[in-house]
Design a protein around this ligand. Structure first.
Ligand code: NDP
Length: 326
């Protein structure tokens, strides 16, 4: 038997609870894992609270991330005892996920735990941190360099935002953090933000073009915020868009793209190819200071996941939540 968060949807409604499950109930897969740590991302918050249509089949063990040790494997790349990390691939959505003491899944989805990180640190990073790195890599790929000007991070107190601020600052960018929680300014400055701006300056309908300010931007918020960020990019600047915390809509015009040559780079972590994942994890080992990462972490037990997911959805969680599943 093992403990897991379990989501059900039936005549009694949509609900998540801590459950004791039989290992025989685990889904098919070529690798079985003893989970050490998992984490809570925005998507897990949506799944657990039922606020978004993340879960595709029921009952479902949520958790889009896990770090643990291989217990059984018929996959050629993984042997018993290997330390592994999983991010995405629909795990916690269509396949039982990481908010559990055990998991069974496809070895093709796993990456080896990078030598630079413990399982706990890998989950402090989690999908949120790995996505932040993908965003930074997207800016670099489109030519944004530290000397080019200021870089904006929206949703800065969140998981993706916190890691993006820390990595960009360490790489030498002047990072401006947009947040609805200016009372967390000291935290954001400790991560490396040079300046804090109120998200209220960005989240209402704006003009097609505004004063040129940002050489690059990482947007975790979407909606009017993303439209306004695009409108205030400098000539040939790049926005890496990965999130929808304000909304999935994008009420923008083409003006920034056709008049200023702005690039809107979409970032997806869930189906990102293996080589890109490996590159992102290697870059995190190099460009994220573990001491700064630790500043972002709130650690909870499996039994606290459901309450914490509600807090996450209410915008009350700062940084990253690590779940000690044991
Ligand atoms: P968090 O909940 O940790 O952070 C979200 C942050 O967004 C909040 O902390 C808050 O920051 C800000 N925010 C919340 N509500 C609003 C609002 N109504 N208007 C403006 N800002 C708001 O989530 P994550 O960091 O885990 O994820 C951030 C986003 O990125 C999510 O939308 C998530 O779905 C997406 N994502 C996408 C991935 C991909 O593959 N494309 C992968 C991972 C995440 P503050 O308090 O500073 O204002």
């Amino acid at each position: 038997m093992f403990k897991a968060v379990l989501i059900n949807k039936d005549e009694a409604g949509y609900r998540a609870a801590l459950a004791e499950l039989d290992e025989g109930a685990l889904p098919a897969g070529d690798v079985s894992i003893k989970v050490a740590y998992s984490t809570l991302n925005y998507k897990d918050g949506l799944a657990i609270t039922g606020k978004g249509p993340v879960v595709r089949s029921f009952p479902m063990v949520p958790g889009i991330d896990l770090a643990g040790t291989v217990e059984e494997s018929t996959h050629p790349a993984f042997a018993v005892g290997d330390a592994v990390v999983l991010n995405g691939w629909g795990v916690g959505e269509t396949h039982w996920g990481g908010l559990a003491q055990k998991a069974r899944l496809r070895g093709d989805w796993l990456v080896p735990l990078p030598a630079a990180f413990s399982a706990r640190q890998a989950m402090a990073i989690g999908t949120a941190g790995y996505t932040a790195m993908l965003c930074v890599m997207a800016l670099e790929q489109h030519g944004v360099r530290p000397g080019d000007g200021e870089v904006l991070v929206t949703g800065a107190n969140g998981g993706v935002g916190s890691v993006a601020v820390a990595v960009l600052a360490r790489l030498g960018y002047r990072v401006v953090a947009a947040t609805g929680r200016p009372q967390e300014a000291d935290y954001l400055k400790a991560l490396g933000a040079a300046e804090i701006i109120e998200r209220s300056t960005l989240n209402a309908p704006g003009k097609p073009l505004a004063r040129e300010r940002w050489a690059g931007a990482v947007d975790t918020v979407g909606s009017h915020t993303l439209a306004n960020v695009c409108a205030s990019m400098r000539y040939r600047g790049t926005v890496a868009a990965c999130g929808l915390a304000q909304g999935m809509d994008f009420p923008a015009t083409v003006a920034p793209f056709i008049l200023r040559g702005v690039t809107l780079a979409g970032v997806d972590s869930v189906m990102a190819p293996y080589a890109l994942r490996m590159e992102a994890w290697q870059r995190l080992a190099r460009d994220l200071d573990p001491a700064v990462l630790e500043m972002m972490v709130e650690e909870i037990a499996l039994g606290e996941v459901i309450d914490t997911a509600a807090r996450l959805m209410a915008g009350q969680v700062r940084g990253r939540v690590v779940v000690d599943v044991n």
